[in-house]
Design a protein around this ligand. Structure first.
Ligand code: AMP
Length: 214
C-alpha cells in the first residue's frame, strides 16, 4: 500500500502512522522525524532547519523535497508518508517522482480533528528527545521523575509545541497544507477522511475500516 497521511498538527498522525505501518507492512517516513534528525546532527543544513522548525514555520520546499525524494527512492514497496507533502508544490514533485518509479499513490488519508482539540493536545505534549516516545500532561501522564520510561532520558517540550509556535503551525496548515487535499481531490485521487476526535484506539479502528476500500 502507498499512502499519504494528512491532518493538522496534533491530529494524531504520528501515533496512527506507527500503528498502520506495522499492520499493513509499510515503511513509515515522517518528514518531521527526518528533519529533526538532520537538525540534531549539527550539520550546516541542520542549523538552517532549526531556524524554521523552532518557530513553527514550514521548511522551504526545495530543501524538504530533496531530503524526502532521497528517502522515498530508497523504499521498494509499501510506503506511508506522514507530514509530507505539506504544500502543493511538494505534492506535485512527489507525484512526478512516484510516476517515474511506476509506484503511484493509492490513497490520501486525512485525519480531521477540530481546532479546539489540537491546541490542548499539542501544548500538553512532552517528548523524549532520545527515542521519540510521546507523553501528555493530561492524557498520557508524564512519569513523576520526568524521565522517559523507555530510555530514561529527560522529557522535554518540543520548541515548536509551545502555544505561540502551535498557532503558527495551525495557520501554516490552513494556508499551505489544506490546499494539498484540494489538489488531490481535483486530481481524482482517492481521498479518505476519518474523524480524529476520539481515542487513539477508536481512530485506528476507523482508519482500518476506511482502508478496506483499497
Ligand atoms: P511535524 O513533526 O510533522 O509536526 O513537523 C515538525 C516541523 O518540521 C514542522 O513544523 C516544519 O517546520 C517541519 N516540516 C515537517 N514536514 C515538513 C514539510 N513537508 N514541509 C515543510 N516543513 C516540514
Amino acid at each position: 500500500m502507498r499512502l499519504v497521511l494528512m491532518g493538522p498538527p496534533g491530529a494524531g498522525k504520528g501515533t496512527q502512522a506507527k500503528r498502520l505501518a506495522e499492520r499493513f507492512k509499510m515503511t513509515h517516513l515522517s518528514s518531521g522525524d527526518i528533519l529533526r534528525a538532520e537538525r540534531g546532527s549539527g550539520s550546516d543544513l541542520g542549523v538552517k532547519l532549526k531556524s524554521f522548525m523552532d518557530r513553527g514555520a514550514l521548511v522551504p520546499d526545495d530543501i524538504v523535497v530533496s531530503i524526502m525524494a532521497a528517502a522515498v527512492a530508497a523504499q521498494a514497496s509499501g510506503l506511508l508518508l506522514d507530514g509530507f507533502p505539506r504544500t502543493v508544490p511538494q505534492a506535485v514533485s512527489l507525484d512526478e517522482q512516484l510516476n517515474k518509479l511506476h509506484r503511484p499513490l493509492e490513497a490520501v488519508l486525512v485525519i480531521d480533528t477540530p481546532a479546539t482539540m489540537l491546541l490542548e493536545r499539542i501544548t500538553g505534549r512532552r517528548s523524549c528527545p532520545q527515542c521519540g516516545r510521546v507523553y501528555h500532561v493530561k492524557y498520557l501522564p508524564v512519569p513523576a521523575d520526568g524521565l522517559c520510561e523507555t530510555c530514561q532520558s529527560k522529557l522535554v517540550q518540543r520548541a515548536d509545541d509551545t502555544a505561540e509556535a502551535v498557532s503558527k503551525r495551525l495557520d501554516a496548515y490552513r494556508r499551505q497544507t489544506a490546499p494539498v487535499i484540494v489538489y488531490y481531490t481535483k486530481a481524482g485521487r482517492k481521498v479518505i477522511t476519518v474523524d480524529g476526535a476520539a481515542s487513539p484506539d477508536q481512530v485506528t479502528a476507523r482508519v482500518v475500516e476506511a482502508l478496506r476500500v483499497l
